[in-house]
Design a protein around this ligand. Structure first.
Ligand code: SAM
Length: 159
């Protein structure tokens, strides 16, 4: 796995035990206009650029009903992260903080989450706004955002 984050002064690392397999499957890829870390916002914004969440075709039926949600939560694998940092110095801060006190992408299991606005669905592709990840980031899961169950009317209701 590529680790493109250099250590900053004072940051500490650890040799971790071997990974145990969680049997995760990547269920798709996220396409964003962000090609370099420096292009990514630190956190996405619901009025950010349109991005494409491309689900693998086998899972298309699992998207039934997703259009009823205005906002959805995405979980993704921050595949270009370091996984050995104990303490880190957030960009531009000079402070040193424990990894679990931060939302940094560099963590033992580099899972990122964002609540995004669903703009439209195109088959197995969800067009969304609100992402902060690099182009090509693998998708782990998606679900309606906690506060947004069935916000949109069901188009088949009463049919
Ligand atoms: N919103 C997510 C969260 O809170 O869990 C991620 C926040 S993290 C601070 C977002 C940053 O991770 C981006 O600004 C970028 O520097 C970095 N990043 C984005 N995609 C990445 C990837 N695929 N691998 C490693 N780092 C990534």
């Amino acid at each position: 796995m590529a680790q493109d984050a250099e250590l900053r002064p004072g940051e500490t690392t650890v040799e971790l035990p071997p990974a145990q397999d969680a049997w995760l499957r990547f269920i798709g890829r996220i396409r964003t206009p962000f090609l370099e870390r420096a292009d990514c916002p630190r956190q996405g914004s619901l009025d950010g650029p349109e991005c494409r969440v491309e689900l693998i075709p086998e899972l298309e039926p699992a998207l039934d009903g997703i259009d009823r949600s205005e906002t959805i939560e995405l979980l993704y694998w921050l595949d270009r992260s370091r996984r050995d940092l104990l303490t880190q110095s957030p960009r531009g801060s000079g402070d040193l903080r424990g990894t679990f006190s931060l939302r940094s992408p560099n963590r033992p299991n580099p899972i990122g989450t964002s609540v995004v606005r669903l703009v439209r669905r195109e088959g197995t592709v969800l067009v969304v706004r609100g992402l902060d990840c690099l182009d090509g980031t693998p998708l782990i899961d998606l679900k309606p955002a906690r506060c947004d169950h069935a916000k949109r009317p069901d188009p088949t209701a009463g049919a």
